[in-house]
Each structure stands twice: as C-alpha cells, then as structure tokens.
Design a protein around this ligand. Structure first.
Ligand code: SF4
Ligand code: SF4
Length: 446
C-alpha cells in the first residue's frame, strides 16, 4: 500500500484540525490534531497505529499502486465520455465596439475591423453550428464588446439573431454591461433566455469610477434599473462583480444593496466574482491585481467581518463549497479548460476561436465560418488534447484532479505554449474552504 498520489492533506486555516481529500477515490475527511499528526508521521516514514492505517486504506488514502493506476485510467475514460455528452457553449460576438470605457478593459487594444455584422453572417454562423455540432446539446452566448448597444440597427440584428436561435431551438445567454437592458427587455422576451450576465463592480461611487461611459458618465443607476426590469420580466440575471484591490472593500456594500433590493431572494438571480487579471496585456497598474489565492484570502477575511456576504455570494474555495452543498466530492477534473471541447467562440468577421479568452485576439483564429469554411486542424488538435494527462508537469502533481491544469490561454500568455500549466492554489483554497464551510461555519443562511 502506498500513500495515494492524489491525496491533498493540510491544516485547516485558523484551526487545530486537518483535512485530507482524494478526488480519485472520492474521499474527504476532517482529521483532529492527533490524526493529522499520524498522517504527518506516515509521510515521514514513521509507523502509525494499525487501526488508523486501516481507516486510511478504507478511504483510499492508502492504496495499491497498480489498482490506483487502473482506477485513474477508468475515471479518465469516464471523464472523456461524459464530456462528449456535455452541452457545448458557443460564443458569438456581434461587435467588439462598446459604449463603455472601463478602466481595466482587456479588449481596448483590439482593432475594430471596419466590417459590420449582417444577417448573412448570422445565417452563416447558424448554418455552421448546425452542421458542425449536429447531435450535440448546445446553447449560444452573445458576447462583446457590448452586444446590446442602443441603436435601431443593433436591435434589428439582435432580433434577427434571436429569430434564428428560436428556429434552431437554442437557448441564449447575453453578456452585457447592462446599460441598455431596459431598452432591450421586450426583444429579449422573445428569446429562450438562459441568463443575462451583467457586471456591477460595487455600489454607485465605486462602480462608476471603474465602469463609465465613453467620454464619461455614470452607469450604476441605469444598470440597476435594467436588472430590476429583467427580473420583473422573468429574465434570469447572473450578476458579476469584477474584483481587484481597488474595489474589494465594496463587496459587503454591494451584497447589502442586492439583499436590500430583494434580488438575492429571487430564484432568477445569481452572482459570481471575476478576478481582474492580466489577460492579454499589462494592466496599467498591475499592483492592484489579486493573485487567485490572495483574492480568496481577502474574501475569507471579509466574510468573517461581514457575515451577510454569503447571502449574496458563496466562494467555492476549490471543491469545498461543492462538498458542503452536495455531501460528496465532485468527479475528478482531468481538464479545467473547455476550449475547443465544450466551448468555441465566433465573431462577426467570420473567424472561429477557441473560447472567450482568445476571441478577437490577433493570431488566435482557428479558422473561418464566413465567407468560406476553413479550419486550422493542427492547432485545434493542440487545444483538444490539452488535459492533465498530457501536461508533463501535471502528471506528478497531487492536485491535478482538482486543478485540471488551469486555463490554456493564461498558460500560453505566460509561457508561449498552450501545452503548459496554469497552476491553481488548490491546497491553500481548501485550507480556507474547510475553515469557512466546516470549521467556522461561515454560513449564516444555513
Ligand atoms: S497546472 Fe499546476 S497545480 Fe494544476 S495539476 Fe498541473 S502542475 Fe498541478
Ligand atoms: S483557455 Fe481559459 S478562458 Fe479559454 S476555455 Fe480554457 S480555461 Fe476558459
């Protein structure tokens, strides 16, 4: 019996207790300090009591090496089979232009090709996805730039796109800055809307300093009216807050605001936090950005001080929230990056990309769907094959089945190649998560 290659063992933040998690064997346990000491002893080659050894074996933390290898291969096949059945998310960008000039926009360096979206290009998109993804479950997410610009021409194009989606029986999501939502609710009502993602970066003054109109002008109040209008019209809203050191202190206020508006009590309302990060080019002030772990450390501290935050947003802390909510571990994650597997992106110039992180970026096109269909199959193959079994650094990493190798685009930006790692601080996140969900019970609403 060996100490499993997939054990993640550490001390729970701010506690005398430890946790041990193994995604391959589907086991997770909290250990008291004496048990934690025994695992440490085992790791240092010291003898441990037979009874404790047996309990570790029963949970798969001690495993037969050969059996573990077979289990790994079989779980990998399950993973790829399940992914082949998964729904595909197809992003469509009708324009890269935007009526906002957000302080941190990564698309500000993109050229805006003079070409314009036409109904013919929308037809070519729907024809391509019907052929290429025949027999796959799928939905379309309309993305930008800003897709819901308040002009007659844009409204006509979005109306046409909705008509084509309805004919194809496809649900739609929209990712919008939310400024023209009120003007669009009657159009959106004609679609089968899965969700509308809108961004607020804090309460009024903080949001308005970061997300303002081109040429200046506050946007908070108008977006809030748009969110209210959507919820009144039964259109699901996913509120995203993009966070860095400049606005994190506004999280408790925004949470309170959303609670006060009654949004958090509405089943059609959900939230997410987005970490502001260096996607394609240096942010003017990189010092204001959080690393993945420092963001969640700050959120953890804020939740301790402001226990109403989880009513608005519950941090995942790797797989911690999943265990808390489901009473079991998620399936092993052999690949965290859906690009060219369950995610593709298309833009109004007829180009095809791997995902939202690469769409519109010079040099990242994987082919065209308009005016002619072309495919860079070799490059597509590189994206399709990226998973922890193909990334050499991941093969010896005990975190691999929670991390999944991270984001291919972030990895490429850092190292120049898609086939490199974007390491996730899984152990540190679990240290916080076990504390928040199991040790300190940072869950006032449960
Ligand atoms: S990306 Fe890094 S942390 Fe993640 S599995 Fe690979 S080596 Fe481990
Ligand atoms: S490259 Fe990154 S952003 Fe794109 S699908 Fe993969 S994980 Fe997501």
């Amino acid at each position: 019996m060996i100490y499993s290659r997939h054990n993640i063992f550490s001390k729970i933040a701010g506690s005398e207790n430890f946790f041990i998690v193994n995604l391959l064997h589907g086991s997770a346990d909290i250990l008291n300090s004496a048990e934690g000491k025994m695992v440490s002893d085992l790791l240092e080659g010291r003898e441990i009591p037979g009874e404790f050894r047996e309990s570790l074996t029963a949970q798969g933390y001690l495993a037969d090496e050969r059996e573990e290898e077979l289990l790994y291969r079989s779980r990998y096949l399950d993973f790829t089979d399940e992914r082949d059945e998964e729904e595909v998310q197809l992003f469509f960008v009708p324009n890269y232009s935007c009526n906002f000039a957000c302080s941190y926009c990564y698309q500000d360096e993109y050229a805006n090709p003079a070409q314009e979206l036409t109904t013919g290009i929308i037809d070519a998109f729907f024809d391509y996805i019907r052929r290429e993804f025949a027999g796959r479950k799928k939905y379309v997410t309309v993305f930008g730039g800003e897709p819901l610009l308040n002009s007659a021409r844009q409204k006509a194009l979005i109306t046409y796109l909705i008509k084509r989606a309805n004919e194809a029986g496809l649900e739609l999501c929209f990712v919008t800055n939310g400024h023209s939502l009120e003007e669009y609710t009657s159009i959106l009502k004609t679609a089968s809307i899965r969700e509308i993602q809108v961004t607020l970066d804090g309460t009024g003054p903080v949001h308005n300093m970061r997300r303002f109109l081109k040429g200046g002008g506050a946007t908070f109040d108008k977006i809030v009216e748009g969110i209210d209008a959507c919820l009144e019209q039964q259109l699901p809203v996913n509120l995203r807050m993009v966070i860095d050191r400049e606005n994190i202190e506004s999280l408790p206020d925004l949470a309170q605001f959303a609670i006060g508006k009654g949004w958090t009590g509405n089943a059609l309302f959900k939230t997410q936090l987005g970490r502001n990060y260096e996607l394609h080019h240096c942010q003017a002030d990189a010092g204001k950005l959080f690393s993945r772990i420092s963001l969640y450390e700050s959120v953890y501290e804020l939740v301790k001080k402001h226990p109403h935050i989880p009513e608005f947003y519950k941090p995942a802390y790797s797989v911690s929230k999943f265990i808390f909510e489901n009473g079991r571990l998620p399936d092993p994650l052999f690949d965290a990056c859906p690009a060219c597997k369950t995610e593709w992106a298309f833009d109004y110039t007829g180009q095809i990309y791997s995902c939202t992180a690469t769409v519109g970026k010079p040099g990242e096109s994987l082919g065209t769907f308009y005016p002619a269909v072309t495919r860079r199959d070799e490059l597509i193959g590189v994206w399709e094959n990226r998973d922890v079994t193909n990334l050499s650094e991941c093969s010896g990493c005990n975190l691999q089945l929670a991390c999944g190798g991270g984001c291919g685009s972030v990895a490429k930006n850092a190292s120049g190649t898609i086939g490199s790692t974007d390491c996730r601080p899984v152990k540190e996140l679990l240290e916080l998560g076990f504390s928040a969900y199991f040790d300190q019970k940072q869950q006032p609403d449960r």
